[in-house]
Design a binder for this molecule. Structure first.
Ligand code: DAH
Length: 330
């Protein structure tokens, strides 16, 4: 009987202890066997044997219970140690977010014009025909007004096709002088490698007394701005047409891919078109009831700037939210 006390004390796991329990207290265990033997013992010894066996039974049970509690506690402690989570520990695999290249480019453009004292204005993405077209001298027959090019709602409401309506709203709500830019999303019914139905523009407008604003002022600030954005590039102004400016120009920079030598991106011309600008057309001032003023305006596409700065080939990749692509711009 005595060896079972040692067995219990030395058991190293709850499982081993369970095996011992069956061997000692089970139906066919040693105690049962000893009690069975008792039946064949001489009558005068029976009560003594029974007493002894019952003492062993309760002492072994006490040992067993004590050891079981100790082993269970140890096993629990070990399990807890294994699952231990240190919530204050830094993970080496976590990734930090970054601004989307379009937003980062937009921020840089806004930063430049803010430093030149241009106020930042925003307008509604849902506009009406008057602010988006009419007041900007975009005649009724202009192709931009076509159902094919513009997303229309009912009652002459539409998704703005450019940020130029913010010029109109700013002038109608404020007296001159005006010095503003308007960054924001615009919408057109277009989708291919170089067009997406939603993209971002920045509109600029400066208005002051008649005779105070010249094309030379416009040329100076845009050249300075483009060098700030693209570094040491050549800038050229090409005569063009916009309904809301007269005269109008498109502005090119020397190709950032081939430094003006001519490549696939610039169609071998050495130049990349980056924005439109001009002197505000008198018809626009008339629509907002401004008198004796002059001004210049310009407009640019933010995605195009981001693509040229980061040398991204396909415009659509900017809208796919592909983490692998975006991670490269952190
Ligand atoms: N609104 C024009 C567009 O969406 C961009 C633009 C060109 C704005 C010339 C201007 C400007 O203010 O003077 O294509």
């Amino acid at each position: 009987m005595n060896k079972w006390y040692d067995e219990i004390k030395e058991a190293q796991s709850v499982d081993t202890l369970e095996e011992i329990r069956l061997a000692v207290f089970g139906k066919k265990g040693v105690l049962a066997q000893e009690f069975a033997k008792m039946k064949t013992a001489p009558n005068e010894e029976k009560s003594k044997i029974a007493q002894e066996l019952n003492t062993h039974k309760s002492s072994l049970m006490n040992e067993f219970t004590a050891r079981k509690i100790t082993l269970q506690t140890l096993e629990l402690q070990e399990a807890m140690k294994a699952e231990d989570i240190d919530v204050s520990m830094f993970s080496t695999t976590s990734q930090s977010g970054a601004l989307h290249p379009v937003m980062e480019t937009m921020d840089r453009i806004v930063e430049y014009f803010s430093s030149m004292n241009f106020a930042v204005k925003t307008g509604s993405m849902i506009e009406d025909d008057f602010h988006n077209f009419e007041a900007l001298n975009l005649p009724k027959y202009h192709p931009a007004r076509d159902m094919q090019d513009t997303f229309y709602f009912k009652d002459e409401m539409l998704l703005r096709t450019h940020t130029s309506p913010v010029q109109i709203r700013t002038m109608m709500n404020n007296k001159p002088p005006i010095r503003m830019i308007a960054p924001g999303a615009v919408f057109r019914r277009d989708y291919d490698i170089t067009h997406t139905p939603m993209f971002h523009q920045i509109e600029g407008l400066l208005v002051d007394e008649m005779g105070k604003v010249s094309f030379a002022n416009l040329k100076f600030i845009l050249e300075d701005f483009l060098k700030y954005m693209f570094g040491d590039v050549d800038v050229r102004f090409r005569p063009s047409f916009f309904p809301f400016t007269e005269p109008s120009a498109e502005v090119d920079i020397s190709c950032v891919f081939c430094s003006g030598k001519g490549c696939r991106v610039c169609s071998k011309t050495g130049w990349l078109e980056v924005l439109g600008c001009g002197i505000v057309d008198p018809n626009v001032f008339e629509a907002v009831k401004y008198e004796d003023v002059s001004g210049y305006a310009f407009g640019l596409g933010v995605e195009r700037f981001a693509m040229l700065i980061h040398q991204i080939g396909d415009l659509r990749s900017l809208f796919e939210g592909d983490i692998k692509l975006l991670e490269q711009f952190q």
